[in-house]
Design a protein around this ligand. Structure first.
Ligand code: XMP
Length: 485
């Protein structure tokens, strides 16, 4: 299914209403009584397509349609069991009468709006789910979290049984549609692609390569902010992609631009600006190249406030979206802009990219610059690089690489006291970060076995000069982010 995430107040005129099959209102931290609480867009009141309102979305729907919502005596957080009152409802087709769900709410619905009836209850919520005859459904629990049993099935039922979607938006179709539309966009002209060695840019480049053949030149920039052995590895791995690839060593310029800079956003801005300088230079050398292909993904778009998405809460200026200088000379081609990572991997499989490339952990465009906290120097990069290589090696050796979303080392600006060979040391504190995630929008810290952590810690303190302490980051996203900067 093709789906877009839009702000709550998006007007109907910005929506392809003729092709709209259903709407999902997400949860959120507000109470319907908050002054600045997100409201229900007018067009949604009379909307004729099915509506699934989750948690805050359900409370908002109930409140706006004439029901009552009040603070619950006890906040309901975590596991709960729901009992279906209407197990014949299409949303619950194929489900048992009672199952475990994940709740997280402070307010609760006291009376239903007219026309709605209860579809499920829990011990503390008489209205854990509600529905009306027009396909409007509210769920107090979260079907989208892994802890809700049958959550995926509920979403499946909403899409297939209620919205009557047919699931034709497949990776193969995506490839066909995009190869055709990119060929139409670029026509007889040429394009450059920023290749990083990661799955996103490899998929983007391969799509564009299929569309315009050798009128695409891929540039791999050695920024000096790469991991150990990464530049030769990427060139080697990309050799089989049937693309024209050119490596540019711009490490000296990147390191010079970062000298003395501590602020993460300033680092990203400088790195973004330099990337564009490199590409503009390469474009001039190749003649007049107008198009620049990037592997920007949907989470980058959602989490970055950009001119076409001003209401996104800006979390970070991911440089492949918001960190680009406004006055660059390229027309951007971003064929993955509406995809999540798992969908990109599916498109990559449809394009027959090697599994080793598709399963590679994501690596941020600004590279190790956002993992050396504070000032980036060649020495600190070297320390981080050596530690990071150990982390990845041990994660692979333990057979954990594929089940972890990202595992990496972070060099903190903290120095701590240690003891080595009976002498006092005052060395660097290195942090280990490993998370599980489905799409980088939310993440949890990976439960790596203690003996693997012990091996990593002891190897790093023994093999990486200057590091005398290793800590493991046990924060989830939210409230933290995956990267430290
Ligand atoms: P955060 O730290 O925002 O990371 O939770 C989410 C995902 O995005 C990657 N990331 C970046 N990727 N440019 C990128 O291309 C960036 O500036 C950037 N910052 C974070 C991060 O590695 C994770 O996969």
């Amino acid at each position: 299914m093709y789906c877009e995430i839009v702000p709550f107040d998006t007007p109907l005129s910005s929506i392809d209403a003729a092709n709209l099959k259903g709407v999902i209102l997400s949860g959120g931290p507000s109470s319907v009584y908050d002054r600045s609480a997100p409201g229900l867009a007018d067009w949604l009141r009379g909307c004729e397509v099915p509506l699934l309102a989750i948690c805050y979305g359900m409370q908002l729907l109930a409140h706006e349609m004439g029901g009552t919502v009040r603070p619950a005596a006890r906040r309901e957080y975590g596991r709960a069991h729901i009992q279906l009152s209407d197990s014949e409802h299409a949303l619950f087709r194929g489900l048992p009468h009672r199952f475990e769900v994940w709740m997280s709410h402070g307010d609760r619905i006291e009376t239903l709006p007219e026309g709605f009836q209860a579809l499920a209850t829990t011990a503390s919520s008489p209205f854990a789910a509600m529905g009306d005859p027009f396909g409007r459904i509210g769920l107090q629990f979260h079907p989208e979290v892994a802890h809700t049993a049958y959550g995926r099935r509920i979403l499946h039922n909403f899409l297939y049984e209620i919205c009557r979607c047919t699931g034709t938006w497949t990776a193969e179709r995506y490839v066909d549609d995009h190869v055709a539309s990119i060929a139409r966009l670029i026509r007889g002209e040429t394009a450059l692609c920023a290749l990083s060695g990661g799955v996103d840019s490899a998929v983007a480049a391969t799509l564009v390569g299929r569309a315009i053949g050798d009128r695409l030149t891929c540039i791999f920039v050695d920024t000096g902010l790469l991991r150990e052995g990464e530049a030769p590895d990427v060139m080697h791995a990309s050799a089989g992609l049937d693309l024209k690839i050119h490596m540019v060593d711009a490490s000296a310029a990147f390191l010079a631009a970062l000298a003395g800079i501590q602020d993460p956003e300033e680092k990203r801005r400088r790195i973004g600006a330099l990337f564009i300088d490199v590409f503009e230079r390469e474009a001039r050398a190749l003649g007049d190249v107008r198009f620049l292909v990037q592997g920007t993904l949907y989470p980058d778009v959602i989490e970055s406030a950009t001119p076409d998405n001003p209401s996104a809460a800006k979390i970070k200026t991911h440089h492949n979206v918001g960190g680009l200088p406004a006055n660059h000379s390229f027309t951007l081609v971003e064929p993955l802009r509406y995809l999540f990572k798992d969908e990109v991997r599916e498109v990559g499989r449809a394009l027959s990219l090697p599994t080793s490339m598709l399963g590679r952990h994501p690596f941020p465009g600004p590279g190790l610059a956002v993992r050396v906290i504070g000032e980036v120097t060649p020495e600190r990069l070297n320390t981080l690089r050596r530690a990071d290589a150990i982390v990845v090696e041990e994660i692979r050796r333990a057979g954990l690489y594929d089940e972890i979303w990202q595992a990496f080392a972070v060099l903190t600006p903290v120095r701590t006291v240690g003891v080595m060979g009976d002498g006092r040391t005052y060395g660097d504190l290195l942090a280990l970060r490993a998370v599980t995630s489905e799409d980088a929008m939310t993440a949890d810290w990976a439960r790596i076995p203690n003996d693997v952590l012990a091996t990593i810690s002891s190897r790093i303190t023994n093999e990486v000069p200057g590091v005398n302490r290793v800590v493991y980051d046990i924060s989830s996203k939210p409230p933290s982010t995956i990267e430290w900067e």
